[in-house]
Design a protein around this ligand. Structure first.
Ligand SMILES: Nc1ncnc2c1ncn2[C@@H]1O[C@H](COP(=O)(O)OP(=O)(O)OP(=O)(O)O)[C@@H](O)[C@H]1O
Length: 351
């Protein structure tokens, strides 16, 4: 699908398949086109080109268009948007067809599913944020949508509530066997919820896969950096090898003279104390140790973040260590990088 605003391609050739019972997370930084993609699928935004199918049936191309309310798509957005003048029962019944008794039965079933039966005659303003969120889920699922579209549905909730509600929501969606497309800019949320992550940047999906694969086999440096802090060493390739203070890295197929970035996460750096100016010897798993001095160290709760300055070229390397580790500034130490956790990417200008 493609959608441009003012000559800028905000969604640029996005193609997605959502499977029943599976949660696909469209993950990316603010403004990359996630919501616009979702809005086109929902039918509240028209694509410039592209087609949308539900269960093999065309629901929208640039000529033909099933209206949003007939797409059998459930929607859930950040602000819940419950109807304030309708009771909980009225909200959940909205969008249901059938006799009064059938509607009532489905409302009761859905409220039981979200453990909100007691609230059936209350009004939205009498409910907490978490309770409203559950009603919004019940309302969206009541008509048995074939796909659920969720746009940052948990971002209005406070942190402590969020994890619990996320897990509950996920369990209910799985029970209902609904296919879900969930938009989020939070990697943690995507890792927690997704069967598949579609990583989006500048209107394009740059990578798709199970959370583990997207995290451990990123396609470029920006993808590494999107999930966590990322360290970078820039090096020039000679004879398919990139020389760094941490030893040589393989750069197969990269022409001589090309610059590459060696990228690694702070949790994959090992620290050793200096022993009379000597560090640990080189190993196949961790390469060569490089001398560095502590710039600053901060306690982060579960871990400590220590920033080092490399003797070699003054580059700053971030290292996380579980628990409390707060060495004094200027302490000399030796750093090694876990070789199996490093990525070698072509260097990009300005990055
Ligand atoms: N109706 C519109 N008119 C003009 N520009 C728009 C319109 N809707 C979206 N845009 C622009 O398209 C880009 C993508 O917006 P979109 O809301 O899809 O991003 P997003 O990835 O969902 O971001 P966020 O997480 O901040 O919601 C933004 O730069 C936005 O300003």
């Amino acid at each position: 699908m493609v959608r441009s605003f003012g000559g800028r391609r905000v969604v640029d050739g996005v193609s997605l398949t959502i499977q029943p019972g599976q949660v696909t997370c469209l993950l990316g930084p603010s403004g990359c086109g996630k919501s616009t993609t979702l809005r086109m699928i929902a039918g509240v935004e028209m694509q410039d080109s592209g087609e949308i199918y539900v269960d093999g049936a065309l629901i929208c191309d640039t000529v033909f268009r099933v209206p949003p309310e007939r797409r059998e798509i459930g929607l859930m957005f950040q602000d819940f948007a419950l109807f304030p003048h309708l009771s909980v029962a009225g909200n959940v019944a909205y969008g249901l067809s059938g006799t009064k008794a059938e509607k009532r039965a489905r409302v009761e079933e859905m409220l039981a599913r979200v453990r909100m039966e007691r609230f059936i005659d209350m009004f939205p303003h009498q409910l907490s944020g978490g309770e409203q969120q559950r009603i919004a889920l019940a309302r969206a699922l009541a008509p048995r949508p074939r796909i659920m579209l969720m746009d940052e549905p948990f971002s209005g909730l406070d942190n402590r509530l969020r994890d619990g509600i996320r897990d509950e929501t996920l369990a209910i969606l799985k029970e209902e066997d609904t296919g879900v497309l969930l938009v989020t800019h939070e990697p943690d949320e995507a890792m927690r919820m997704a069967d598949e992550i579609a990583l989006m940047r500048d209107g394009k999906i740059v990578q798709r896969g199970a959370p583990y694969n997207v995290y451990t086999r990123p396609v470029d440096r920006a993808s590494v950096a999107f999930f966590s802090d990322a360290n970078r060493l820039r090096a020039t390739v000679e004879g398919a090898l990139a020389m760094t203070p941490f030893g040589r890295f393989l750069a197969p197929g990269v022409p001589d003279g090309t610059e590459v970035d060696i990228v690694f996460r702070p949790q994959h750096v090992k620290i050793d104390f200096d022993r009379a100016g000597v560090g640990p010897g080189p190993t196949a798993a961790d390469g060569t140790a490089a001398r560095a001095s502590v710039l600053r160290a901060r306690f982060m709760g579960n871990e400590s973040l220590v920033e080092f300055r490399l003797d070699h070229d003054g580059a700053v390397i971030k290292v996380t260590v579980p628990g409390v580790f707060l060495p004094q500034a200027e302490t000399v130490m030796w750093l090694r990088i876990r070789r199996d956790k490093c990525f070698v990417f072509p260097a990009k200008e300005g990055m």
